[in-house]
Design a binder for this molecule. Structure first.
Ligand SMILES: [Zn+2]
Length: 378
Protein backbone atom coordinates (compact mmCIF):
# COMPACT_ATOMS: atom_id res chain seq x y z
CA UNK A 1 0.00 0.00 0.00
CA UNK A 2 2.72 2.38 0.99
CA UNK A 3 4.81 1.98 -2.13
CA UNK A 4 1.74 2.65 -4.27
CA UNK A 5 1.20 5.99 -2.59
CA UNK A 6 4.85 6.91 -2.86
CA UNK A 7 5.22 6.07 -6.53
CA UNK A 8 1.99 7.87 -7.42
CA UNK A 9 3.19 10.89 -5.52
CA UNK A 10 6.49 10.92 -7.39
CA UNK A 11 4.84 10.30 -10.76
CA UNK A 12 2.55 13.30 -10.59
CA UNK A 13 4.90 15.53 -8.65
CA UNK A 14 6.40 16.95 -11.83
CA UNK A 15 2.94 17.84 -13.07
CA UNK A 16 2.15 19.78 -9.90
CA UNK A 17 5.43 21.65 -9.90
CA UNK A 18 5.19 22.96 -13.44
CA UNK A 19 2.51 25.54 -12.74
CA UNK A 20 2.71 28.39 -15.22
CA UNK A 21 2.74 31.98 -13.99
CA UNK A 22 -0.86 32.94 -13.42
CA UNK A 23 -2.78 35.94 -14.59
CA UNK A 24 -4.49 37.43 -11.54
CA UNK A 25 -7.61 38.20 -13.54
CA UNK A 26 -7.95 34.92 -15.41
CA UNK A 27 -11.24 33.28 -14.52
CA UNK A 28 -11.17 29.76 -13.27
CA UNK A 29 -13.29 27.36 -15.27
CA UNK A 30 -13.80 25.18 -12.20
CA UNK A 31 -13.26 25.37 -8.45
CA UNK A 32 -12.67 22.33 -6.26
CA UNK A 33 -12.51 22.76 -2.48
CA UNK A 34 -11.00 19.77 -0.67
CA UNK A 35 -11.76 19.83 3.06
CA UNK A 36 -9.85 17.44 5.30
CA UNK A 37 -12.18 17.42 8.29
CA UNK A 38 -10.09 17.73 11.45
CA UNK A 39 -6.85 17.70 9.44
CA UNK A 40 -4.43 19.83 11.44
CA UNK A 41 -0.77 20.21 10.53
CA UNK A 42 0.19 17.42 12.93
CA UNK A 43 -2.15 15.06 11.06
CA UNK A 44 -0.60 16.19 7.76
CA UNK A 45 2.94 15.81 9.13
CA UNK A 46 2.28 12.36 10.58
CA UNK A 47 0.90 11.14 7.23
CA UNK A 48 3.59 12.90 5.25
CA UNK A 49 6.55 11.57 7.28
CA UNK A 50 5.13 8.08 7.61
CA UNK A 51 5.39 7.71 3.84
CA UNK A 52 9.17 8.01 3.64
CA UNK A 53 10.54 8.63 7.11
CA UNK A 54 12.27 11.93 7.71
CA UNK A 55 15.05 11.24 5.20
CA UNK A 56 13.02 10.19 2.17
CA UNK A 57 9.56 11.68 2.51
CA UNK A 58 8.61 13.64 -0.59
CA UNK A 59 5.62 14.96 1.31
CA UNK A 60 2.01 14.44 0.44
CA UNK A 61 0.88 15.22 -3.08
CA UNK A 62 -1.07 18.31 -2.09
CA UNK A 63 1.93 19.69 -0.18
CA UNK A 64 3.54 20.26 -3.59
CA UNK A 65 0.96 22.90 -4.51
CA UNK A 66 2.67 26.24 -5.23
CA UNK A 67 0.70 28.43 -2.82
CA UNK A 68 0.41 27.83 0.92
CA UNK A 69 -1.29 29.70 3.70
CA UNK A 70 -2.80 29.12 7.10
CA UNK A 71 -6.31 29.67 8.27
CA UNK A 72 -7.92 30.80 11.52
CA UNK A 73 -11.05 28.80 12.30
CA UNK A 74 -12.89 30.33 15.29
CA UNK A 75 -16.69 30.57 14.99
CA UNK A 76 -19.04 33.42 15.96
CA UNK A 77 -19.67 32.02 19.43
CA UNK A 78 -16.67 29.81 20.17
CA UNK A 79 -12.89 29.93 19.85
CA UNK A 80 -13.05 26.23 18.98
CA UNK A 81 -15.36 25.76 16.01
CA UNK A 82 -17.38 22.74 14.96
CA UNK A 83 -17.71 21.45 11.41
CA UNK A 84 -21.09 23.15 10.88
CA UNK A 85 -19.93 26.70 11.63
CA UNK A 86 -16.61 26.10 9.88
CA UNK A 87 -18.18 24.77 6.67
CA UNK A 88 -20.72 27.61 6.72
CA UNK A 89 -17.86 30.10 6.83
CA UNK A 90 -16.26 28.55 3.74
CA UNK A 91 -19.59 28.03 1.92
CA UNK A 92 -21.03 31.48 2.63
CA UNK A 93 -18.23 33.71 3.90
CA UNK A 94 -19.82 34.42 7.29
CA UNK A 95 -19.11 33.58 10.91
CA UNK A 96 -21.96 31.72 12.56
CA UNK A 97 -22.61 29.80 15.77
CA UNK A 98 -21.40 26.27 16.36
CA UNK A 99 -24.07 23.82 15.19
CA UNK A 100 -25.57 26.21 12.62
CA UNK A 101 -25.59 25.26 8.94
CA UNK A 102 -26.05 27.81 6.18
CA UNK A 103 -27.62 30.40 8.49
CA UNK A 104 -26.17 33.48 10.18
CA UNK A 105 -26.16 34.18 13.93
CA UNK A 106 -29.80 35.34 13.76
CA UNK A 107 -30.87 32.18 11.94
CA UNK A 108 -31.27 33.93 8.58
CA UNK A 109 -30.28 31.83 5.54
CA UNK A 110 -26.91 32.70 4.02
CA UNK A 111 -26.46 32.15 0.29
CA UNK A 112 -23.77 29.56 -0.45
CA UNK A 113 -21.20 29.40 -3.24
CA UNK A 114 -22.91 26.25 -4.48
CA UNK A 115 -26.20 28.15 -4.82
CA UNK A 116 -24.40 31.08 -6.48
CA UNK A 117 -22.75 28.68 -8.92
CA UNK A 118 -26.08 26.97 -9.72
CA UNK A 119 -27.67 30.39 -10.26
CA UNK A 120 -25.02 31.09 -12.90
CA UNK A 121 -25.56 27.75 -14.61
CA UNK A 122 -22.45 25.96 -13.38
CA UNK A 123 -22.66 22.29 -12.47
CA UNK A 124 -22.11 21.46 -8.79
CA UNK A 125 -21.20 18.46 -6.70
CA UNK A 126 -20.54 17.34 -3.14
CA UNK A 127 -18.50 14.29 -2.16
CA UNK A 128 -17.70 12.98 1.31
CA UNK A 129 -16.42 9.84 2.99
CA UNK A 130 -19.02 10.31 5.77
CA UNK A 131 -22.81 10.97 5.54
CA UNK A 132 -23.88 13.26 2.71
CA UNK A 133 -26.05 15.09 5.23
CA UNK A 134 -23.12 15.54 7.61
CA UNK A 135 -22.26 19.12 8.57
CA UNK A 136 -19.49 19.78 6.06
CA UNK A 137 -21.37 18.98 2.84
CA UNK A 138 -24.71 20.12 4.31
CA UNK A 139 -23.43 23.67 4.84
CA UNK A 140 -23.33 24.06 1.05
CA UNK A 141 -27.05 23.30 0.48
CA UNK A 142 -29.02 23.31 3.76
CA UNK A 143 -30.15 26.23 5.92
CA UNK A 144 -30.90 24.98 9.43
CA UNK A 145 -29.96 26.27 12.87
CA UNK A 146 -29.25 22.77 14.17
CA UNK A 147 -26.94 20.34 12.42
CA UNK A 148 -28.75 17.43 14.06
CA UNK A 149 -31.87 18.02 11.92
CA UNK A 150 -30.70 15.29 9.58
CA UNK A 151 -34.03 14.57 7.86
CA UNK A 152 -34.55 18.26 7.04
CA UNK A 153 -30.99 18.37 5.70
CA UNK A 154 -31.47 15.45 3.29
CA UNK A 155 -34.83 16.88 2.30
CA UNK A 156 -33.11 20.18 1.45
CA UNK A 157 -30.82 18.34 -0.96
CA UNK A 158 -33.54 16.31 -2.66
CA UNK A 159 -36.62 18.55 -2.64
CA UNK A 160 -34.91 21.19 -4.78
CA UNK A 161 -32.45 18.98 -6.60
CA UNK A 162 -30.12 21.39 -8.35
CA UNK A 163 -26.90 19.67 -7.31
CA UNK A 164 -25.69 17.40 -10.10
CA UNK A 165 -23.53 15.02 -8.05
CA UNK A 166 -24.08 13.92 -4.43
CA UNK A 167 -21.85 11.05 -3.30
CA UNK A 168 -21.50 10.09 0.36
CA UNK A 169 -19.88 7.35 2.35
CA UNK A 170 -22.97 7.07 4.51
CA UNK A 171 -26.44 8.32 5.21
CA UNK A 172 -27.55 9.87 8.50
CA UNK A 173 -31.35 9.83 8.90
CA UNK A 174 -33.73 10.08 11.83
CA UNK A 175 -37.39 9.28 10.99
CA UNK A 176 -36.68 8.78 7.30
CA UNK A 177 -35.56 5.38 6.10
CA UNK A 178 -32.75 4.93 3.60
CA UNK A 179 -35.30 3.45 1.16
CA UNK A 180 -37.33 6.66 1.37
CA UNK A 181 -34.21 8.70 0.68
CA UNK A 182 -33.30 6.56 -2.35
CA UNK A 183 -36.90 6.86 -3.62
CA UNK A 184 -36.73 10.65 -3.27
CA UNK A 185 -33.44 10.68 -5.17
CA UNK A 186 -34.98 8.59 -7.96
CA UNK A 187 -38.02 10.89 -8.05
CA UNK A 188 -35.57 13.78 -8.40
CA UNK A 189 -34.21 12.09 -11.55
CA UNK A 190 -30.86 11.07 -10.15
CA UNK A 191 -29.14 7.88 -11.19
CA UNK A 192 -29.03 6.24 -7.74
CA UNK A 193 -26.11 4.16 -6.52
CA UNK A 194 -26.79 2.16 -3.35
CA UNK A 195 -24.54 0.31 -0.92
CA UNK A 196 -22.96 -2.49 -2.96
CA UNK A 197 -22.87 -0.40 -6.14
CA UNK A 198 -19.38 1.01 -5.57
CA UNK A 199 -17.97 -0.65 -8.69
CA UNK A 200 -20.47 1.34 -10.79
CA UNK A 201 -18.67 4.57 -9.87
CA UNK A 202 -16.11 3.73 -12.57
CA UNK A 203 -18.95 3.88 -15.11
CA UNK A 204 -20.26 7.30 -14.14
CA UNK A 205 -20.29 9.10 -17.48
CA UNK A 206 -19.72 12.79 -18.28
CA UNK A 207 -22.80 14.80 -17.41
CA UNK A 208 -24.54 12.06 -15.39
CA UNK A 209 -26.64 13.33 -12.45
CA UNK A 210 -25.85 10.87 -9.71
CA UNK A 211 -26.75 10.30 -6.05
CA UNK A 212 -24.82 7.59 -4.24
CA UNK A 213 -24.44 6.20 -0.72
CA UNK A 214 -21.92 3.40 -0.20
CA UNK A 215 -21.78 2.32 3.46
CA UNK A 216 -22.46 -1.43 3.49
CA UNK A 217 -22.02 -2.21 7.19
CA UNK A 218 -23.70 0.55 9.17
CA UNK A 219 -20.66 2.57 10.26
CA UNK A 220 -21.97 5.52 8.20
CA UNK A 221 -18.64 6.13 6.46
CA UNK A 222 -16.38 4.60 3.84
CA UNK A 223 -14.37 1.86 5.49
CA UNK A 224 -10.90 2.63 6.75
CA UNK A 225 -7.93 1.20 4.84
CA UNK A 226 -7.34 -1.24 7.71
CA UNK A 227 -10.94 -2.43 7.42
CA UNK A 228 -10.51 -3.08 3.72
CA UNK A 229 -7.83 -5.53 4.80
CA UNK A 230 -9.39 -6.93 7.99
CA UNK A 231 -12.83 -7.74 6.66
CA UNK A 232 -12.25 -7.49 2.94
CA UNK A 233 -14.62 -4.56 2.59
CA UNK A 234 -16.01 -4.07 -0.89
CA UNK A 235 -16.90 -0.44 -0.28
CA UNK A 236 -15.34 2.06 -2.70
CA UNK A 237 -12.70 4.54 -1.56
CA UNK A 238 -12.77 8.33 -1.54
CA UNK A 239 -10.70 8.40 -4.74
CA UNK A 240 -13.46 6.46 -6.54
CA UNK A 241 -16.14 8.92 -5.44
CA UNK A 242 -14.04 12.01 -6.20
CA UNK A 243 -12.96 10.91 -9.69
CA UNK A 244 -16.52 9.85 -10.60
CA UNK A 245 -17.73 13.30 -9.55
CA UNK A 246 -15.11 15.09 -11.63
CA UNK A 247 -15.81 12.88 -14.65
CA UNK A 248 -19.49 13.80 -14.47
CA UNK A 249 -19.05 17.51 -13.74
CA UNK A 250 -16.23 18.14 -16.22
CA UNK A 251 -18.77 17.83 -19.06
CA UNK A 252 -20.35 21.12 -17.97
CA UNK A 253 -19.54 23.71 -20.62
CA UNK A 254 -19.91 26.50 -18.06
CA UNK A 255 -17.59 24.89 -15.50
CA UNK A 256 -18.30 23.44 -12.07
CA UNK A 257 -17.97 23.86 -8.31
CA UNK A 258 -17.14 20.72 -6.31
CA UNK A 259 -16.45 20.16 -2.61
CA UNK A 260 -14.74 16.91 -1.58
CA UNK A 261 -14.53 16.11 2.13
CA UNK A 262 -12.15 13.68 3.79
CA UNK A 263 -14.63 13.40 6.64
CA UNK A 264 -13.28 10.38 8.46
CA UNK A 265 -9.95 12.09 9.25
CA UNK A 266 -12.03 13.85 11.91
CA UNK A 267 -13.69 10.66 13.10
CA UNK A 268 -10.37 8.84 13.54
CA UNK A 269 -8.91 11.88 15.32
CA UNK A 270 -11.94 12.09 17.66
CA UNK A 271 -11.09 8.49 18.55
CA UNK A 272 -7.42 9.50 18.99
CA UNK A 273 -6.42 6.72 16.56
CA UNK A 274 -3.24 7.71 14.75
CA UNK A 275 -3.15 4.72 12.37
CA UNK A 276 -6.59 5.42 10.92
CA UNK A 277 -5.93 9.16 10.99
CA UNK A 278 -2.77 8.74 8.90
CA UNK A 279 -4.55 6.35 6.52
CA UNK A 280 -7.46 8.77 6.06
CA UNK A 281 -5.15 11.72 5.35
CA UNK A 282 -3.47 9.57 2.72
CA UNK A 283 -6.81 8.47 1.24
CA UNK A 284 -7.71 12.16 1.03
CA UNK A 285 -4.35 12.94 -0.61
CA UNK A 286 -4.77 10.06 -3.07
CA UNK A 287 -8.15 11.46 -4.09
CA UNK A 288 -6.61 14.90 -4.72
CA UNK A 289 -3.80 13.39 -6.77
CA UNK A 290 -6.17 11.31 -8.89
CA UNK A 291 -8.46 14.30 -9.47
CA UNK A 292 -5.49 16.39 -10.64
CA UNK A 293 -4.38 13.64 -13.02
CA UNK A 294 -7.93 13.30 -14.37
CA UNK A 295 -8.29 17.06 -14.89
CA UNK A 296 -4.89 17.13 -16.58
CA UNK A 297 -6.05 14.45 -19.01
CA UNK A 298 -9.16 16.49 -19.73
CA UNK A 299 -7.12 19.63 -20.35
CA UNK A 300 -8.84 21.36 -17.41
CA UNK A 301 -6.17 21.21 -14.69
CA UNK A 302 -4.69 24.66 -15.21
CA UNK A 303 -8.17 26.18 -15.52
CA UNK A 304 -9.21 24.81 -12.13
CA UNK A 305 -8.64 26.55 -8.80
CA UNK A 306 -7.96 23.77 -6.31
CA UNK A 307 -7.90 24.62 -2.61
CA UNK A 308 -7.00 22.04 0.03
CA UNK A 309 -7.63 22.93 3.66
CA UNK A 310 -9.26 21.74 6.87
CA UNK A 311 -12.30 23.00 8.74
CA UNK A 312 -10.51 22.73 12.12
CA UNK A 313 -8.00 20.57 13.92
CA UNK A 314 -9.29 17.54 15.86
CA UNK A 315 -7.66 15.92 18.87
CA UNK A 316 -5.11 18.58 19.79
CA UNK A 317 -2.55 16.23 18.28
CA UNK A 318 1.16 16.68 18.96
CA UNK A 319 4.11 14.63 17.74
CA UNK A 320 6.59 14.55 20.65
CA UNK A 321 8.84 11.88 19.22
CA UNK A 322 10.99 10.18 18.29
CA UNK A 323 13.41 12.51 20.07
CA UNK A 324 17.18 12.11 19.69
CA UNK A 325 16.79 9.52 16.98
CA UNK A 326 15.48 9.78 13.44
CA UNK A 327 12.10 8.68 12.17
CA UNK A 328 12.53 5.64 9.97
CA UNK A 329 10.69 4.92 6.73
CA UNK A 330 7.14 3.71 7.35
CA UNK A 331 7.26 4.72 11.01
CA UNK A 332 4.51 6.94 12.34
CA UNK A 333 5.76 9.60 14.79
CA UNK A 334 4.78 9.08 18.42
CA UNK A 335 1.66 10.97 19.39
CA UNK A 336 -0.04 12.71 22.25
CA UNK A 337 -3.63 13.86 21.97
CA UNK A 338 -4.86 16.65 24.21
CA UNK A 339 -8.60 16.25 23.59
CA UNK A 340 -11.27 13.98 22.12
CA UNK A 341 -12.81 17.12 20.61
CA UNK A 342 -11.60 19.86 18.32
CA UNK A 343 -8.91 22.47 18.96
CA UNK A 344 -8.51 26.12 17.99
CA UNK A 345 -5.13 25.66 16.29
CA UNK A 346 -5.11 27.30 12.82
CA UNK A 347 -5.04 24.86 9.90
CA UNK A 348 -3.00 24.76 6.69
CA UNK A 349 -4.10 25.67 3.19
CA UNK A 350 -2.59 24.60 -0.14
CA UNK A 351 -3.73 25.95 -3.50
CA UNK A 352 -3.02 25.83 -7.22
CA UNK A 353 -4.64 27.26 -10.34
CA UNK A 354 -6.23 30.60 -11.23
CA UNK A 355 -6.47 32.95 -8.22
CA UNK A 356 -4.44 30.60 -6.02
CA UNK A 357 -2.13 33.51 -5.08
CA UNK A 358 -4.98 34.98 -3.02
CA UNK A 359 -4.61 32.01 -0.67
CA UNK A 360 -1.08 32.91 0.51
CA UNK A 361 -0.36 33.95 4.07
CA UNK A 362 -2.70 34.27 7.05
CA UNK A 363 -6.36 33.97 6.15
CA UNK A 364 -9.53 33.70 8.10
CA UNK A 365 -11.75 30.82 7.05
CA UNK A 366 -14.48 33.22 5.86
CA UNK A 367 -12.14 34.61 3.18
CA UNK A 368 -12.04 31.31 1.29
CA UNK A 369 -15.59 31.92 0.03
CA UNK A 370 -14.70 35.26 -1.59
CA UNK A 371 -11.55 33.85 -3.20
CA UNK A 372 -13.56 31.00 -4.78
CA UNK A 373 -16.33 33.38 -5.92
CA UNK A 374 -13.88 35.80 -7.52
CA UNK A 375 -12.15 32.90 -9.26
CA UNK A 376 -15.46 31.82 -10.81
CA UNK A 377 -16.61 35.38 -11.51
CA UNK A 378 -19.63 34.95 -9.22
ZN1 LIG B 1 -15.27 16.72 14.61
Amino acid sequence: MQSVYTSLTLAVFALASSVPAQDEDARARNVILFIGDGMGLAQVAAASYAAGGQENSAGLFFESFPVTGYVTTHSADSFVTDSAAAATSMASGIKTANGALGVDVSGEPAVTILEQAEERGLATGLVTSVPIGHATPAAFYAHVSERGSVDAIIDAALSDPKIEVLLGGGLAVDELSSDEVFASAEAAAYTVLRPGDGALLAEVSPGLRVFGIFDENGNRRLDYVAEHVSFESTEPRLVDLATAAVRSLSASETGFFLMVEGGAIDWASHDNEIGNTVDEVREFDAAIEAVCALLDGLGQLDETLIIVTADHETGGLTLPGPYRRTLTTGEIPSTEWSTGGHSGIPVGLWARGPHAEACAGRLDQTEIHGIMCRALGL
